[in-house]
Write a protein that binds this ligand. Sequence first.
Ligand code: NAP
Length: 293
Amino acid sequence: MSATIIDGKIIAADLRAAVKAETQRLHAAHGIVPGLAVVLIGDDPASQSYVASKSRAVAEVGMRPFDHHLPADVSEAELIALVQKLNADPAVHGVLVQMPLPPQISTKCIVARIDPDKDVDGFHPLNAGRLFTGLPALAPCTPIACIKLIKTVHASLAGREALMVGRSHIVGNPLAQLLLKENATVTIAHTRSRDLPALCRRAEILCVAIGRAEYVRGDWIRPGSTVIDIGINRVTAGGKSRIVGDVNFAEALPVAGAVTPVPGGVGPMTIACLLLNTLRAACTQAGLPAPEV
Ligand code: NAP
C-alpha cells in the first residue's frame, strides 16, 4: 500500500478560485477591493522571490497588491512609520512585513505595531491571544493551511490523536490550537520531549514543523496515519541542491495513509490562506460576515 499524496498545488488552486469568486462578489455587492500591503526589507533573494509570488497571487484573485521595498539599513522608526501609514490607509486591508528582519529592527516591536485587524500573518499578540481563548481571530496562514489539508482526508478530527512536533509561535503553537478547536486530542512535542518516535507512533494525525531535514523516519509513523510535513529544508548532495521536508517522504509513503509532499504540499496552501485571510480582514473591516471558504 502506498499513501495518498495530498496535492497542495491542486487544493490551493481550488481555494484560490473560491477566494477569487468571493472577492468578485464583495466588489460587486459592496464596491470593496481587498488590498494587501507587503513590506520587504533588504535584498535577500529568497524573500524577494517569496514576496513576488505573493504579489502575483494577490493580483490573480482580483485583490490589490501594495508592494513596499525598503533598504536593508532602514531604521526601526522608519519601518514603524510605514506600518502606521498602512494601518491608516483604508485601501489596505492586510499588512504583512516579510521576515526575517535585519538585526537593527525588533521583530516583536514591528509585529505589535501592525493593526490587529490588518494582521493577515496572524502574528500579533492580540490575535494569538484571541486564538488561544477561542475568540474569532486572524490565525497564522501555515496552520490554517495544514487544517485545510487534513480536512481533505478527514471530514472530522473529533477525538483523533494528533501530534504537533514543534512549538514555534508561527507554526507549532497555533496549529496545535487549531487542532484542539477541531476537537482532536493534541500532544505537542519539542526538543525536550522524551522518545519522540514513540509519541509519533501514537498519532493518527502527525504534523511536523521542526526545520530538520527528513528527521521523522518511516518506522516512527503509525500505519494509515495522516502526515503533514511543514518543514522546508535545503539539502545538497552530489553537488545538487533540493528542498526536502522534516519527514523522510520515501519512508513515509509505504506506511502512512496520506502524506503531504515537500515541495508541493503545505507551501502552496500557505499563500492561498494568506489570500483568504486578506479577504476575511476586508470583510471584517467593512462590518460584513467573513465568507465561508
Ligand atoms: P522554529 O521557530 O525553529 O521552531 C522549531 C520547533 O521545532 C521548536 O519548537 C523546536 O523545539 C522544535 N524542534 C527542533 N528540533 C527538534 C527535534 N529534534 N525534536 C523535537 N522538536 C524539535 O521553526 P518554525 O518557524 O516553526 O519552522 C519549522 C519548519 O517549518 C522550518 O523548516 C520552516 O522553514 C518551515 N515552515 C514552512 C512554512 C510553509 O509554508 N510550508 C511556513 C513556516 C515555516 P524547542 O521549542 O524545544 O526549541
